[in-house]
Design a protein around this ligand. Sequence first.
Ligand SMILES: NCc1[nH]cc(CCC(=O)O)c1CC(=O)O
Length: 313
Amino acid sequence: MQSPAPFTRIGTRGSPLALTQARLVRKLLSAAHGVSEDDIAIEVISTGGDRSQASNASLIEIGGKGLFTKEIDDAMLDGRIDIGVHSSKDVATRLPDGIELVGFLEREDVRDAFMSVKVASLDQLPERGRFGTSSIRRAAQVLRVRPDLTIVPFRGNVGTRLQKLLDDVADGTMLAMAGLNRLGEGHRATALLDPEIFMPAPAQGAIGIAVRSNDSKTAQLVAGLNHAPTHLTITAERAMLAVLDGSCRTPVGTLSRLDNGTVTLKGQILSLDGKTVFDSIASGTDPVVVGKQVGDDLIAQAGTEWLAQWAAL
Ligand SMILES: NCc1[nH]cc(CCC(=O)O)c1CC(=O)O
């Protein structure tokens, strides 16, 4: 006997965090529409990002445009799935034609956490210690305050990273508190980092929901899941990133706030060694305008000569 068609189909990467996020969206959809969770399919899709994480790709290669979403976008465009659930910070600022990010769940903790099995905080790491990260933003931010440290590549899910610390591959590492919390592993964080100094990645901590642009039925299904304040701040952060993406690939950090409908956005770009830092801030009620303003100002401050060195990366 043929089983009935599912109510809708979610596509996700297969990492423990991605699966947890997809299951959360399934649970919310099931509750919102009074359908059984069994009637909402979850299709696991391997992405280029998953494959390069398994290999030893360089710092710059990881985080390339759409690396963690391309195959999920393709499955959506082919009609194999209806909804893409993503960590918003892994979603390129320019989506493929026919795909739209239509909603964001309420943002989790936006901060990065420090993790070590030896010391309680970043400043306690031994002189010339090894810091594990494959993120150019985190490497730059750490070197800014601890130029003596050596950055060593560090990838994998929470369990793998913890094992690497136990195996003494590095003396400390840093990862998103949001991911730890979603996995029920928040207690693994050794210390939370000050987000004014360690500015999070644009859109960190927010689950994004993508659908086909011409699929108004699915857009309506997910509309009630959107958290408006998160949507506003993520829109500002992504608008800033879109400006920077167009002209450079420097490490980028950002921190936004919403008070009575006014978005305040701080943005920062750094050199890889953390020695050069540009900061900007803007406020307003239109998140796209605010984001562009911060992005444009950062580019103006940095100047074409400084930015040119990044063109080849
Ligand atoms: N590609 C890595 C990635 N993408 C999203 C998260 C964490 C969850 C989030 O920021 O939403 C992580 C892991 C990390 O940075 O520690």
